[in-house]
Design a protein around this ligand. Sequence first.
Ligand code: G3P
Ligand code: MG
Length: 242
Amino acid sequence: MVVTEVPRVIGHRGAAGHAPENTLVSIQKAFELGVRWVEVDVKLSSDGVPVLMHDDRLERTTNGTGPAGEASLADLERLDAGRWFGAEFAGEHVPTLAEVVGLLAELGMGLNLELKPSPRREVETGRVVGSVFRELWGPGLQPPVISSFVPASLTAFADEAPEFERAMLFGKLPSDWLAQVQAVGARAVHCGVKHIKRHDVAEIHAQDLPVRCYTVNDSDTAARLFHWGIKAVFSDYPERVR
Ligand code: G3P
Ligand code: MG
């Protein structure tokens, strides 16, 4: 079995506090801050190409409008994904998953890929990203972690690429969390910091599963979580939580 070695600090959407989220420059910034793993969000263009984008719509993080999943790759390539964050990032583009994997290989970085499907494309997203990712993720790269809030996407991903570790994402831990984890064959739990309680962490640890927590942007919170035994935190400002 492949053992995934996840560091204690993972850059969230690259280093989203310092650079426009889910772009190549954000990943580069995380690297410059000393981070060795990043989390990014992936969804499909209308023509089925995996690209990095968090929201269902284009408005917040690009100069485009409308649903992200209705834009073709050619449409997305014309958008500016940096200027909204700062004038110095103007011209940054929406990267494809292939470009991201290329950069990670160059930098020697690890990846938590979050499947973030557009509405009604949950299964397709898991299937297509699984198939593309399997081709892209070469032997020189560290074993990644694939996560999602959406069980159907994780299961579809696993049908295509079962060899990669899966993690189930939760905001607030639901009472049936273990059944959900088991249904998708996840080997880790990723939880929201706003809701996580010490007894949740203990309950998950009792099942011998690691807990990783998002989004942690201050050192006191990180210290408290690590004291509880959490294995990693996702941060927009990774230099603050080291
Ligand atoms: O994967 C951890 C975290 O990114 C999940 O929430 O909304 O930031 O993608 P979100
Ligand atoms: Mg995410």
